[in-house]
Structure formats: C-alpha cells, structure tokens
Design a protein around this ligand. Sequence first.
Ligand code: SIN
Ligand code: MN
Length: 219
Amino acid sequence: MTALIPRPRMQLAPGAVHVPGWLGVEQQRELVAACRGWASGPVPIRHTRLPRGGVMSVQTVCIGWHWQPYRYTRTAGDVNGSRVAPFPEWLAELGRRALVEAYEDPAAGVGYAPDTALINFYDGRATMGMHQDKDERSGAPVVSLSIGDTCVFRFGNTENRNRPYTDVELASGDLFVFGGPSRFAYHGVPRVLPGTGDPATGLASGRLNLTMRVTGLPG
Ligand code: SIN
Ligand code: MN
C-alpha cells in the first residue's frame, strides 16, 4: 500500500538500515506462497520451546539450518526429527540485492551467501523480546523482510537490552538490514498492529518476518 505520509529510508546506526516498501506486492505474494510451503513441512511451523519450559509467542519455521535455542542443526530434533528444507538460491540472490539496496553500494552483495532463514509468524498478540542474533559464527549481515501487519521493531545497542534504542515501524514490503558494527545489536518486536496489512499479499492477517543469515557452520 502506498503510504499517505512518505516513509524515507533511514540508517538507525552504522550498518543498520531500514528501506520502507522495498518489496512490491507481487514479490510479497511469491514470498508468502514460499513460506506457506515451508510452514507445512518437512518441518512444520510451530511455537519454539524454550529451555526453561515456556514457548515463544511467535511461530517459526527454518530453512537451510534449523534453529532452536541456542544452536543450529540440520535436523529438527525438537519438532519431528526431519531435515529442514534447503535454502534456495533465489533467496540468496534476493539477499544480495537487499544488501546492495540497503548499503547503496553495488558491491555490497558480493560474496554474501546466506545459508539459513528463520521465518516467524506473528498473530496479533505475538511479540519478541529484546535479543541478539548470536548463534551464528559469522559477522555477515542479517537481512530482514516483513510482510503483512505492521509491527513496532525496536533496535537497540550492542551492550544490553535496555536504552538507548530506536523504535521503527516495519510495514509490509519493508527491508531492514543489520550488519557491520550493528550486527550484534539487541532487537525485538514489542507489538504488532493488527489489521494494518494488505490482504493482496496473500496474508489475510498477522505478520510474517523472514531473516536470512550466514551461520558460518561447515557444509
Ligand atoms: C527476529 O529478531 O528474529 C525477528 C525480527 C522481526 O520479526 O522483525
Ligand atoms: Mn533476531
């Protein structure tokens, strides 16, 4: 949807860039369709169990490598034991184009080879606490794509989960990249704004977020 008030691209911190409306509706539809496929198997989407017994409010499915707190494996021992779906080359290519766009540098995507993606689905009540993406053994950037309902995305500092942080709204089609000095910044999703998405993406309700990463793990 075209914003009534234009949303400019913004660098929140060195290496952390928000590009509103990067994906068109057709690309979002294709991503939603791909995510629907991955959500159905070989490892179905589920609420990740936490070591202390709770469950995450978001539902997650992974491709390439399976993430569970706090490691990556090829098979989903905490779900059904199956090997996760492969990470497709078209998604890696999209990741390289995302870096070129975010960093406004034609060379920014060279050599970027993401090998895992976490796909999170948020219903209207789901949130994600402040955390670092630090189970990867690589400092390569994280590329984040959002579809569906707008959320408040909180992007903080690399020291702790508290202030200073900046809240930005991530809407459908938005790109967010965090790399370089911001790669290990704390971030989270304090709230989703139900009913703000465009059903033309194929997502009638809720929010989909896909983050691609480089695990740095061998083959
Ligand atoms: C994440 O931190 O893994 C997800 C962030 C988001 O949903 O925007
Ligand atoms: Mn994260």
